[in-house]
Design a protein around this ligand. Structure first.
Ligand SMILES: [Zn+2]
Length: 517
């Protein structure tokens, strides 16, 4: 029995999500008969001709698993659909999707009429489980995966235990929620066939999570930068610094002298435009400033976390390996952004977008800030996500950041520079592999294997184990880890989606702030 997922057409949104999940996959054209043993699941992304439909239905009836969306399921299973506007997803008690990262959807989707699971805020079930013969299909709403390509931006509230919610301008639709729903669907489609679910771990060297401290220098003084640097040295933290080079150009040597830190470019002028020439000139000036000081760099993070296609082209032409902008995505795994008709060559690394500045803006005292980050760290680990926190140099933050770096060290989460993670992720993406499941063992064939990449093996929603890349996994002597997912939410989505006066005020402030730069 092969543990490989087939996909009929690798649409860009599916390519992004499958690479993030790290499942072994293969593009198929269902012309010849497919036996249930050939693919552990098949993702059907578009309507095909009649002969293909017969092949796919035969695969399902003979015990295969299918993942598709309602518009395709209309053709495949003759189901009924209806349009509906879905605001948020927040499954708390659900047989398949419990504990998925809650998120903003705010999209008109085509729902299967007979949805059974994944309730939206209106009480409608968004996903249908369809069984036929010996097989199971999961039908997601039509238009669901496409949300991954959305590039809209909005100010969003974040959960906290303090009275006032912190907010930041970020991607308006929560792509991590889409990815987790797809991932859970694929897992379920394996478990329902008594098959384990295998994926490449998103972290190197069998780690449970990784930490990066990203600093955007935003016209900080030499002293402020030095105090934060000393803090990083004291805590043995290799941070990633994105330098705003205009105010620092005459003292850029400060960054050249830093030990064990990664330096990247934030900007020359602290501004991003939709104008290609402005961005190009601004980035060129910034690069020149770093080069004159002999500072090696390969990463970029735009001011205000802004991202747009003209900017993406400039970043590409400047030769950056990776960039990190939370208006494109946050709290998610890396991916190559899609630029209308092709993928960018610059890897996008999402981070957590709420800095201590945003927390102070929402009147968080030091204790509140600590509690906030404790929750963030817990949630990142539970969801198998990196812990990438960002901030700015400022004397007022030193105390709490000292606590944060200590706390992360104490938790045993190892630090990685964004540069090293980008290189590692690219290697992870090159790996081609396929697994075979037999009695008591799994054998894997590797192409371009990498010894720092490990396999995450799941046998149920809660039981998993991390294994070094090897050719044979003996299922009898594994130490399964039981995961407890806390279904409790700090702040319900119904509250997070509400616009409040503070958010409107913050939007006006940030608009004028950006205008002035
Ligand atoms: Zn900045």
């Amino acid at each position: 029995m092969r543990l490989t997922v087939g996909i009929t057409q690798l649409l860009p949104e599916w390519e992004i999500v499958i690479q993030q999940i790290g499942v072994s996959f293969e593009i198929i054209s269902p012309k010849e008969p497919i036996s249930a043993d050939q693919f552990s699941a098949i993702i059907i992304t578009r309507k095909e001709a009649m002969p293909e439909k017969d092949v796919l239905l035969h695969y399902l009836n003979s015990g295969g698993s299918i993942l598709t969306e309602a518009d395709v399921a209309e053709w495949l299973f003759n189901i009924g659909t209806m349009p509906a506007f879905v605001n948020t997803i927040e499954p708390i008690k659900d047989p398949i999707f419990s504990g998925v990262l809650p998120g903003f959807i705010q999209t008109k989707l085509f729902l299967p009429r007979r949805g059974d699971v994944l309730e939206s805020e209106s009480g409608r079930k968004l996903v249908q489980i369809h069984t036929s013969g010996k097989g199971t299909a999961i039908i997601l709403p039509g238009g669901f995966s496409k949300i991954i390509l959305d590039t809209g931006v909005r100010r969003r509230n974040f959960p906290t235990r303090a009275p006032l919610l912190p907010s930041e301008r970020i991607t308006r639709k929560s792509k991590h929620t889409i990815r987790e729903v797809i991932q859970r669907s694929l897992e379920h489609l394996h478990f329902v066939r008594q098959l384990p679910f295998l994926s490449l771990s998103p972290f190197p060297d069998e780690k449970q999570s990784i930490f990066n401290f990203r600093i955007d220098t935003d016209s900080a003084t030499e002293e402020e930068i030095d105090s934060l640097y000393q803090l990083c040295l004291n805590r043995s933290t290799s941070a990633t610094w994105f330098v705003e080079t205009k105010s620092a150009r005459d003292r850029i040597g400060q960054f050249a002298r830093m030990q064990n830190q990664e330096i990247g470019l934030h900007c020359y002028r602290h501004k991003v435009s939709r104008n290609y020439s402005f961005n190009k000139l601004n980035i060129e000036k910034g690069c020149r400033t770093l080069k004159i000081a002999n500072i090696p760099f390969c990463g970029y993070a735009a001011p205000y976390g802004e991202w747009n296609i003209p900017l993406a082209k400039t970043i590409e032409e400047a030769g950056f390996i990776y960039s990190s902008e939370f208006t494109l995505d946050y709290d998610n795994l890396p991916f190559y952004p899609y630029l209308r008709n092709r993928f960018s060559s610059v890897l996008q690394i999402p981070i957590h977008p709420i800095s201590t500045g945003r927390l102070r803006n929402a009147r968080h005292m030091e204790d509140d800030i600590r509690n906030y980050f404790k929750e963030v760290i817990k949630e990142r680990i539970e969801h198998n996500l990196p812990l990438f926190i960002y901030d700015h140099p400022s004397s007022i933050n030193l105390n709490v950041l000292n606590w944060l770096l200590q706390y992360v060290n104490k938790k045993g989460i190892s630090t990685i520079s964004l540069k090293d993670y980008a290189h590692w992720w690219k290697k992870r993406m090159e790996i081609k592999w396929s697994a075979y499941f037999g009695t008591g063992r799994i054998s894997i064939k590797w192409r371009h294997p990498n010894h720092s990449v490990s396999v995450l093996l799941k046998k149920s929603p809660k039981e998993s184990v991390l294994i070094k890349t090897k050719n044979v996994i003996n299922l009898y002597n594994l130490k399964w880890q039981k995961k407890k997912l806390s279904g409790k939410l700090t702040t319900p989505m119904a509250l997070r989606i509400k616009l409040n006066r503070k958010m409107i005020f913050n939007d006006i402030l940030s608009f004028y702030g950006r205008l002035k730069q």
